[in-house]
Design a protein around this ligand. Structure first.
Ligand code: ADP
Ligand code: ASP
Ligand code: MG
Length: 487
C-alpha cells in the first residue's frame, strides 16, 4: 500500500552532472514509484560544477577579465545532455525554454560588465540559471523514461526574504505557495520536478538559499508537504564517520539522530547543508542520505529517535581555513559587561562565531568568514588586546552518547596526544567536543582521532605513520611528532 504523504528526493550536482547521471536518476525515481504508489517530488541541483562556473562568469564580468569558461560551453553541456535523453520532438520545445534562461544569463553578465558590479540580486539571478536549467532537463528526461513528470519553477514554490545569496525561507508564504503550485500537480498523479537552491521574494525577485542550499530546498518542501521521507541522493554511501577526502578509511554511519546530523553538518560535513535538518525536526520527518551511483546501498537514516547503538561517537567533522581571535581584557580580570561588548561587535559586523572559550581574562572565538575582521579588531582594540591567527581548523567529535558518558570527551582529547590543541569546547548540548588546532595539523589529527574511535578502537602509537588525503594528494605523517614543532 502506498503512503499518501509525498516522498521528496533530492539529487545533488554529481547526480545530475551529465546524461548518464540523469539516466540513473530516472531509474532511481522509477524504482521508488514502483515500490510505493505515493506522490514524489524531485529536487535537483545544478549540473556538477555549474554554480562555481556561473559565479566565476559573474566575477569576470565585474572585472572585465576573460573568464576560464564561456556561456557557450555551459550551454553546450546542457544541450548535449538534453539531446541524449529527450526525443527530438520535446527536445525542440525544451531547448527553447533553456534558451530563455541562457538569454537572461547573457543579459545579466553584460549588465554586470557595464556596471562593473554584480549586485547580490544579480548574482542570485545568474546562479539560478544552473538549477532552473538542470531541473527542466531532468523533468523532460523522466517523461522520456515514461514517468508522468511536471516541471515547476522553484520561484513559484519557495518564498524567501530578500537577503540575497543567503535568503531564508518564509514558512507560511511557502506553505501557501506549495499548496497552490505543487499539491494540485501531485494530486493529478504527476511527479513534480523543481530546482533546489532557488527561491523568490513575495514580490517575485529571484533569490538563492546559499551554497549547498538544494538540500535545504528539499527539507523546506518536505516540511511544507508533510513528506513521509526526505532523501538526499549524493556521491557517497551516506554520512561517513569522517570527511572521506581527509580520512580514506571513513565508513558509513547507518543511523544518526537529528541532533547528531545537524551538528555534523554545522561543523563541516558537507554532505548535508546545515539548515537541512531543521524543518525535518519540526515535523519528525526522517531524512535518508543515499548514493545515486550505488542505489542499493542502505545509506544513512536520520531520525528523531537516538540510535540505541552504544557507539561512543557518531562521526567526526571539520571546518578548515578558519580564523581564531583571542581577545584579552586590558584590565587584569574581565569586567562586568566585557563579553556583551565583545559579542555586540561581532553582531554589528554580521560575523557569526563558531567556537567560543573563555578564561578569567580572555575570550577566544573562531570565525569562518573573516571579511569583517578588520573592523571587528579595530572596535575590540578600544578595550582589549587582540590576537588574530589565521589558517586554523575546527575538529569536532559528535555523538549523542557524549552526554551520557563524560569519559568519552576525555578519550577524544586523549586521542589527540601529540597535537597542539589551541581551544577545547564542549557544547551546551554536550553532543560534541570541539577542538581548534592549526590547519596544517588537521589531516593528521583527524586521522588519529578517527583511528582511535572507528578503527577497532585502536590508538595509534607515537612514531607510527598515518596516511591522509590533502588537496595536494596523499601524504603521511608521523604520529606525535608535531608537539615539538608547534610548542
Ligand atoms: P551534492 O552535490 O550531492 O550535494 P556535496 O559535494 O555537497 O554533494 O556533498 C557530498 C560530499 O561531501 C562528499 O563527496 C564528501 O566528499 C563530502 N563530505 C564531507 N564530509 C563528509 C561526511 N562526513 N560524510 C560524507 N561525505 C562527506
Ligand atoms: N548548486 C548550488 C551549489 O553548488 C546548490 C547545491 O548544489 O546544493 O551551491
Ligand atoms: Mg551539497
Amino acid at each position: 500500500m502506498g503512503d499518501a504523504r509525498p516522498l521528496v528526493m533530492k539529487f545533488g550536482g554529481t547526480s545530475v552532472a551529465d546524461a548518464g547521471a540523469i539516466a540513473r536518476v530516472a531509474d532511481i525515481v522509477t524504482r521508488a514509484r514502483s515500490e510505493s504508489a505515493g506522490p514524489v517530488v524531485v529536487v535537483v541541483s545544478a549540473m556538477g560544477g555549474l554554480t562555481d562556473r556561473l559565479l566565476a562568469l559573474a566575477a569576470a564580468a565585474e572585472l572585465r577579465t576573460v573568464p576560464h569558461v564561456t556561456v557557450d560551453a555551459l550551454w553546450d553541456r546542457h544541450v548535449e545532455a538534453l539531446r541524449t535523453l529527450v526525443p527530438a520532438g520535446p527536445a525542440v520545445a525544451l531547448e527553447r525554454d533553456l534558451a530563455a534562461h541562457f538569454s537572461d544569463l547573457r543579459a545579466l553578465l553584460e549588465s554586470a560588465a557595464i556596471l562593473r558590479h554584480a549586485s547580490p540580486g544579480a548574482l542570485d539571478a545568474i546562479a539560478s540559471t544552473g538549477e532552473l536549467a538542470s531541473s527542466r532537463i531532468v523533468a523532460a528526461a523522466l517523461e522520456a523514461a515514461g514517468l508522468p513528470a511536471a516541471w515547476v519553477d522553484a520561484r513559484t514554490a519557495i518564498v524567501t526574504d530578500a537577503q540575497h545569496t543567503a535568503a531564508s525561507p518564509l514558512h507560511e508564504p511557502t506553505r501557501g505557495a506549495v499548496a497552490a503550485t505543487i499539491t494540485p500537480v501531485l494530486a493529478d498523479g504527476r511527479i513534480v520536478v523543481l530546482g533546489g537552491f532557488v527561491g523568490a521574494t513575495a514580490a517575485g525577485v529571484t533569490t538563492t538559499l546559499g551554497r549547498g542550499g538544494s538540500d535545504y530546498s528539499a527539507a523546506i518542501l518536505g516540511s511544507a508537504l508533510d513528506a513521509r521521507e526526505i532523501q538526499i541522493w549524493t556521491d557517497v554511501d551516506g554520512m561517513l564517520t569522517a570527511d572521506p577526502r581527509v580520512v580514506s578509511t571513513a565508513r558509513v554511519v547507518p543511523h544518526l539522530s537529528f541532533g547528531e546530523a545537524s551538528e555534523l553538518a554545522y561543523f563541516g560535513a558537507k554532505v548535508l547543508h546545515p539548515a537541512t535538518i531543521l524543518p525535518a525536526i519540526a515535523q519528525g520527518i526522517p531524512v535518508r542520505i543515499l548514493n545515486s551511483r550505488r542505489p542499493s546501498a542502505p545509506g544513512t537514516l536520520i531520525t528523531a529517535r537516538p540510535p540505541d547503538d552504544p557507539r561512543p561517537l557518531a562521526a567526526v567533522a571539520s571546518k578548515r581555513h578558519i580564523t581564531m581571535v583571542e581577545i584579552t581584557s586590558s584590565r587584569m580580570l574581565m569586567t562586568y559587561g566585557f563579553l556583551r561588548r565583545v559579542f555586540e561587535i561581532f553582531e554589528r559586523h554580521r560575523t557569526s562565531v563558531d567556537v567560543v572559550t573563555t578564561s578569567e581574562v580572555s575570550v577566544s572565538v573562531t570565525v569562518d568568514d573573516d571579511s569583517g575582521l578588520a573592523g571587528i579588531c579595530e572596535a575590540l582594540r578600544e578595550f582589549a588586546d587582540v590576537n588574530v591567527e589565521r589558517e586554523m581548523a575546527i575538529l569536532s567529535a559528535v555523538g549523542d552518547n557524549l552526554r551520557a558518558d563524560p569519559r568519552i570527551a576525555g578519550r577524544v582529547i586523549g586521542a589527540l596526544e601529540g597535537f597542539a590543541v589551541r581551544m577545547v569546547s564542549q557544547a551546551a548540548s554536550r553532543r560534541n567536543v570541539t577542538i581548534v588546532l592549526r590547519d596544517g595539523d588537521l589531516p593528521g589529527a583527524m586521522c588519529q582521532l578517527h583511528a582511535a574511535f572507528f578503527e577497532g578502537g585502536r590508538s595509534l602509537e607515537v612514531g607510527e605513520r598515518v596516511m591522509f588525503v590533502t588537496e595536494a594528494g596523499v601524504r603521511d605523517q608521523e604520529v606525535g611528532v608535531r608537539r615539538q614543532e608547534t610548542e
